[in-house]
Design a protein around this ligand. Structure first.
Ligand code: ZN
Length: 304
């Protein structure tokens, strides 16, 4: 019995060497292990990486990347990664410690490199100027993200240069089409109605790119709660400026917006996806779907 088992083991070992097709082994070995810090970035990396990359995301769908508590599993994922793609602009304050703790040797690619950062006075930080991290909400910026991701993947996996270049070019063409559609959709909304309240200040880059005004009781981060004073100020602003609609965000507690809507009579305009995608079956499972969903919600609330 023992002999027979040993023989079987030997045969299995031989089988493993001889029967697994060479291309399958190669594929498994060559897939580039990439990590993106949050779901929106994960989608961009997956589009550029295509079949060559295995993309893991740390902060998942419907979750808040501003205030994230990394798990031991995240450290393990990072330890195995060859490349980690981050947003930068102060979004991922929790990342440096995680990278150090994981012992990761991954190359870091900062997707926002080269964009023009939006600086704004933040009343939640004593009026000091803070950098708005939500650069992806401008599609022009997302295109810069894609070229940075392409160049970063080529750096860690030079053999994939042609594949990453082709994937990026194809995806950039989709972003061009998206940008034209969003521009046209916003232009159809009367200029004096293009004003919206959101929970936190996540749409500054979108507003600057497409000509819309966004006002939020919370600052550019979700770290600090909106104070009673912030909320009172917004309520006055909605009344005096006749702002038509308030929106919920998939990453924020909806109760604050519901309260503001009740007190002002402003319409609740549905859910926006600002800092995270929806789940796979939701309306914002990809970056492109997210942008289309948000614009649909703006138009539905502001044009009726
Ligand atoms: Zn945010």
């Amino acid at each position: 019995m023992l002999t027979r088992r040993r023989m079987l083991t030997a045969a299995a070992a031989l089988g493993a060497q001889w029967t697994v097709p060479a291309f399958a082994q190669e594929n498994a070995q060559q897939k580039l292990k990439a990590v993106a810090t949050f779901s929106i970035l994960g989608d961009l990396v997956a589009n550029v990486g295509g079949a060559r990359a295995d993309v893991a995301t740390l902060v998942g769908p419907n979750s808040d990347a501003h205030v994230y508590s990394p798990t031991p599993a995240d450290a393990k994922t990072l330890a195995q990664a060859k490349v980690v793609v981050v947003n930068g602009l102060g979004l991922e304050g929790w990342l440096t410690r995680l990278v150090t703790a994981s012992g990761s040797k991954a190359v870091t690619v900062t997707a926002s490199t080269g964009i023009k950062p939006r600086r704004m006075e933040d009343e939640h930080h004593g009026g000091q100027f803070v950098t708005d991290p939500h650069a992806w909400q401008s599609i022009a910026n997302a295109k810069i993200y894609v070229t940075n991701i392409r160049d970063g993947l080529v750096k860690v996996d030079p053999d994939g240069r042609a594949a990453y270049a082709a994937n990026a070019t194809a995806y950039l063409a989709k972003l061009d089409a998206l940008e034209a559609d969003v521009k046209a959709a916003i232009e159809r909304i009367p200029a004096d109605r293009r004003r919206i309240i959101t929970t936190h200040d996540a749409f500054g880059y979108f507003g600057a790119a497409f000509g819309m005004e966004f006002i939020a009781p919370q600052g550019v981060s979700t770290e600090s709660e909106a104070s009673a004073k912030d909320v009172a100020k917004i309520i006055t602003q909605i009344r005096t400026q006749k702002i038509p609609a308030v929106f919920m965000e998939n990453i924020s507690d909806p109760r604050l917006m519901q309260q503001i809507a009740r007190e002002t009579g402003a319409k609740i305009g549905g859910t926006l996806y600002s800092d995270a995608l929806s789940g796979a079956n939701g309306p914002a499972a990809t970056y492109i779907d997210m942008m289309r969903n948000n614009v649909r919600e703006f138009a539905a609330a502001l044009m009726s």
